[in-house]
Structures are given as structure tokens and as C-alpha cells.
Design a protein around this ligand. Structure first.
Ligand code: ADP
Ligand code: MG
Length: 243
């Protein structure tokens, strides 16, 4: 079977700072893999290497069997299949929720305005903000903005979704709504690579949990193992701090 994502000996260096020191990681179709680890351990850099927002210094990135690190690959074409959701929602502030979900469909996928609007409304409904179509981001709570950002990604029909701490910028009472949407997506079979500090989510939803520290994968296994019965001291120390 072709992996949805495969990272082979991935290295990334910023100047003298080697942030990723040889990461091997796979995500299979339909799997949810959560990446946990201390701040600065390279989690965001790892995620950004999957769609080549960062160019790896060494190693290979495959998405659905296509080597992205191959010079000849059409990276824009591959990126179209990858949805990404960031900690900061990155919505256009001067556009309504509906327009935010329509714009890339029209510009990138060349969908008609009518089609883009139908698909935008479907996805805003799916994430539970159909009553906010005409609101500007500034009129929405953080949780609502993040759900619009998820709808925007889903409207592009991605084959896989990358999430980088999607709930870290939210007030605690708004985290649950976003996690509920993510859980629903997982249940529908979406392939997801999720950087998160939400251990409850990781335990319940992830097929695997990957603990990173200092630019390496320290542990990779089922949640009951990595979170429930960690084998490495570094994992135990981290979990003591966050749990
Ligand atoms: P995490 O997401 O686990 O907190 P990051 O991947 O954001 O970690 O960062 C890991 C390290 O890489 C940090 O030391 C950070 O300063 C460095 N880093 C990340 N992005 C850049 C960049 N664009 N330029 C220089 N250094 C960077
Ligand atoms: Mg990060």
C-alpha cells in the first residue's frame, strides 16, 4: 500500500541550527497521527516540510507515492491535495466567512462562483458555522474563525490534512468545538497529521502518537503506549508537564 505521507531521513537546518535530525515517519490513508513534543522540538518545521513550505536540507518527502523533494515535481499540483490549518487562522480580514471559503476554490481550482458558493456553504455547515456566512473574521470568536479555516481547507477536497496546533490560540472554552469538528473528520476517514498539545484528543482519536524532542522522533506508537506507558525518560518528563 502507498503511504499517504512518508518522510525518509528528513533533515532541516536553519544556518547552524539543525532543527530536524533525520526523521522517519509514515501516515497511512485514513490514519490520524498526532505529533507531540516540547516547544522548539521541530514539530512545525516537520509539518511545513510535508508540503514543502520549508525545503528539507536532506532526505525525502513522499505524498501519496509522489516524491515532493524531486526537482521535477509540480509542487503546486501536489499541494492542492493537502489541506493545512494553522494555529493563527490566517483568514482574510476584509472578506466574509463565505468569501474566505470561496476564494481559493475560484482562484486555484477555477470553480465557478456558483459552484464555489454551494461548496462553501456545505462546508461551513459541516463545521457548524452556517449562521456566520456573512460575518467578517473580526466578528467571530477564535473557535468560529478556526472552524471557518477548516471549512476553507475542506472546500478544496484535500486528500490529507495537516493541523499545526489548531487549538493553541483559543480560549479554553472554545477548544472543544474545534476538536469536535476534527474528531468528526477523523471518523469520516480523513488522513490527518496533527501537531497538538491536546492529550485527550490524541488518546481518543489518534491511531498513532509520535513524540518528538530535539529534532528526532523519540517514540512512535499507539496512544496507549506512547501516552499511557512511555518507554523513554524524555517522553515521561514531557507528559508530566502537560498532563
Ligand atoms: P515547534 O513547532 O516544535 O515549537 P519549530 O519547528 O517551530 O518547533 O522550531 C524549531 C526550531 O527551529 C526553533 O529553534 C526555531 O527557532 C527554529 N526555526 C523555525 N523556523 C525557522 C526559520 N524560518 N528560520 C530560522 N529558524 C527557524
Ligand atoms: Mg510549532
Amino acid at each position: 500500500m502507498t503511504h499517504a505521507i512518508e518522510l525518509q531521513d528528513l533533515h532541516k537546518r536553519f544556518g547552524q541550527n539543525e532543527v530536524l535530525k533525520g526523521i522517519d515517519l509514515t501516515v497511512d490513508p485514513g490514519q490520524v497521527v498526532c505529533v507531540i513534543g516540547p516547544s522548539g522540538s521541530g514539530k512545525s518545521t516537520l509539518l511545513r516540510c510535508v508540503n514543502l513550505l520549508e525545503q528539507p536540507t536532506k532526505g525525502k518527502v513522499y505524498v501519496q507515492g509522489v516524491e515532493l523533494t524531486d526537482r521535477d515535481v509540480d509542487i503546486d499540483a501536489v499541494r492542492r491535495h493537502i489541506g493545512m490549518v494553522f494555529q493563527q487562522f490566517n483568514l482574510f480580514p476584509h472578506m466574509t466567512a463565505l468569501q474566505n471559503v470561496m476564494i481559493a476554490q475560484q482562484r486555484v481550482l477555477k470553480r465557478s462562483k456558483t459552484d464555489a458558493e454551494v461548496i462553501a456553504r456545505e462546508n461551513l455547515d459541516k463545521v457548524g458555522v452556517s449562521d456566520k456566512c456573512d460575518s467578517l473574521p473580526g466578528q467571530l470568536s477564535g473557535g468560529q474563525q478556526q472552524r471557518v479555516a477548516i471549512a476553507r481547507a475542506l472546500a478544496m477536497n484535500p486528500d490529507l490534512m495537516l493541523f499545526d496546533e489548531p487549538t493553541s490560540a483559543l480560549d479554553p472554552e472554545l477548544v472543544g468545538d474545534v476538536l469536535t469538528v476534527m474528531r468528526k473528520l477523523a471518523e469520516e476517514g480523513m488522513t490527518m497529521l496533527v501537531v497538538t498539545h491536546e492529550m485527550g484528543f490524541a488518546r481518543q482519536v489518534a491511531d498513532r502518537v509520535v513524540f518528538m524532542d530535539g529534532g528526532v522522533v523519540v517514540e512512535d506508537g499507539v496512544p496507549a503506549q506512547v501516552i499511557g506507558d512511555p518507554q523513554h525518560e524524555r517522553t515521561r518528563t514531557f507528559l508530566h508537564r502537560v498532563l
